[in-house]
Design a protein around this ligand. Structure first.
Ligand SMILES: [Zn+2]
Ligand SMILES: [Zn+2]
Length: 143
């Protein structure tokens, strides 16, 4: 019950009216350790209408409840934003894509490195994805 309140507040804070379905979707995505794609969600919530899922993700994205990640896999992935994230350039962090398990993780404590652009260029978005082996996949080889 207390958990439910937490999710309701999280939606309201982002200006999203908390419906039962939105709560279900938020609860599901908040439980992921890795970034998820629309099809991951469709698979897990197979009782929910696909276009509803799509529209809800778009809404969450627009309201900065989740951010999107292009990890080069061909499908856009999403992850829940930290509470004070506004998805501005300052809020962006590095992502890590594991080539073995295909999971993509938020490295929330690693800010995107500052780049110095030539005059006349202005930055509006950054997609910074590191690739390699995640902790689980490299676990056996670390000594
Ligand atoms: Zn991995
Ligand atoms: Zn992220």
């Amino acid at each position: 019950m207390q958990e439910e309140t937490k999710y309701i507040q999280q939606l309201e804070k982002r200006g999203i009216r908390p419906t039962a379905l939105r709560l279900l979707i938020l609860k599901t995505i908040a439980g992921y350790r890795q970034a998820f794609s629309l099809s991951d969600l469709e698979e897990q919530l197979d009782t929910v209408d696909k276009s509803t899922l799509f529209r809800t993700l778009n809404l969450f994205h627009r309201q900065h409840l989740i951010h999107s990640i292009d990890d080069g896999s061909g499908s856009i992935k999403y992850s829940v934003c930290s509470p004070d994230c506004n998805c501005s350039l300052q809020d962006l962090h590095v992502h890590f894509a594991c080539y073995r398990c295909q999971r993509t993780f938020c490295m929330e404590n690693i800010a995107i490195p500052q780049v110095k652009l030539p005059p006349g260029f202005s930055l509006s978005s950054v997609n910074f994805v590191l690739k390699g082996l995640c902790d689980a996949c490299s676990g056996n080889t670390v000594r």
